[in-house]
Design a protein around this ligand. Structure first.
Ligand code: SAM
Length: 339
């Protein structure tokens, strides 16, 4: 019997988690007060946690990494979808007993590993040693990252993951792994913002170069305990088979960051700062000529392709001007001792 048939037959035979205390009871039992510094806003409503997991698509027999499981609401919804392996990474030790309980209770159904640590340091490429590598040009990898993210680090995490996606390392060493994540509504809207949208920014362009991001649905702030000041958007991010550029992520990120650094001004103003003052005018003009982009456009008026043409022109110029790639207009001026 193939693993997926086995999984389906378990599902059909009605195998499920043994009775467990509700998440609300567990939070009360262990006196788990939310810690603001860890962006803890818990989801207790099973219909919502199921909906988040369903947004990831069919995860049966797949490998799942859950970020910040907390008391385990989404974790239970994941388990009920019968993945083959589930790794949860939680920084707050207070949740370990409840997560261990869940791991023990589900051991007939799947392998669940509880990792106590910081997701920013976690090496996703080592999480699923049994997971086969899939061809980037073929089907999506059977790997999913799911999480009701801690807001405080969500943008940083996303940029880190996009970098790994572009280099096909970490979770993307298995192939085209997908992300299903919550963000503050404003951030979610920025991620999917098209050209000319008021909230188009660095995140929109960076995402659209390497992935297809989709806003699935919104969750009102009042669904969380404690209630955050904002509503939340659930976004799925699927890597593109053919990313829109072959330029290195770090170069693209630097250029896009500069382009969007002065949103209300001509995009030329941000690009100028890529170059040292003594060659600024000359190289900025050359960049826009090579890219065939209007230097007087505002950054949100630029298409993803135009942003990329600017990055590609910069990439070429720094190759002819060694050392220039390290220029940082924000770096403190070097102190020159007067003699
Ligand atoms: N998944 C739970 C839910 O939906 O109810 C909790 C979500 S809560 C918004 C974010 C969770 O991420 C918390 O459990 C918090 O302790 C955890 N967390 C915060 N920073 C983290 C980090 N750097 N690494 C891993 N987990 C982190």
């Amino acid at each position: 019997m193939s693993p997926s048939t086995a999984v389906n037959s378990i599902a059909k035979s009605g195998a499920r988690l043994p009775p467990l205390p509700t998440i609300r009871d567990l939070v009360r039992l262990y006196k788990l007060r939310a810690i603001k510094q860890l962006s803890q806003n818990f989801l207790m409503d099973e219909r919502l946690t199921n909906k988040i997991v369903r947004a990831a698509g069919n995860i049966a027999d797949n490998h799942v990494l859950e970020v910040g499981p907390g008391p385990g609401g989404i974790t239970r919804s994941i388990i009920r979808m019968f993945p083959r392996q589930l790794v949860v990474v939680e920084k707050d030790r207070r949740f370990l007993p409840t997560l261990q309980l869940l791991s023990e209770a589900s051991k007939e159904l799947l392998q669940m590993d509880v990792v106590c640590g910081d997701i920013l340091d976690y090496r996703t490429g080592d999480a699923f040693p049994d997971c086969p590598r899939t061809d980037w040009q073929g089907k999506r990898a059977p790997v999913h990252i799911i999480g009701n993210l801690p807001f405080a680090i969500s943008t940083r995490l996303l940029i880190n993951w996009l970098r790994e996606m572009s280099l096909q390392t970490g979770a993307w060493s298995y192939g085209r792994s997908s992300l299903t994540l919550t963000f503050q509504k404003e951030v979610a809207e920025r991620i999917v913002a098209p050209i000319l949208a008021e909230n188009r920014c660095r995140l929109s362009v960076m995402n659209q170069i390497w992935s297809r991001a989709e806003m699935k649905f919104l969750i009102p702030g009042k669904a969380f305990v404690p209630k955050p000041d904002v509503d939340v958007g659930v976004v799925t991010i699927i890597p593109l088979k053919k990313p829109l550029t072959t330029v290195h992520f770090d170069v693209v990120e630097k250029v896009i960051r500069h382009i969007f650094s002065m949103r209300q001004k001509y995009c030329r103003r941000g690009v100028e700062n890529l170059y040292p003052p003594e060659r600024r005018d000359e190289l900025t003009e050359l960049t826009f000529r090579m890219a065939d982009v209007d230097p007087l456009a505002r950054s949100f008026q630029l298409s993803t392709e135009e942003c990329l043409r600017i990055a590609e022109a910069y990439d070429e110029l720094i190759r002819f001007n060694p050392g220039m790639e390290h220029y940082n207009y924000r770096a403190p001026k070097q102190f020159v001792e007067e003699v």
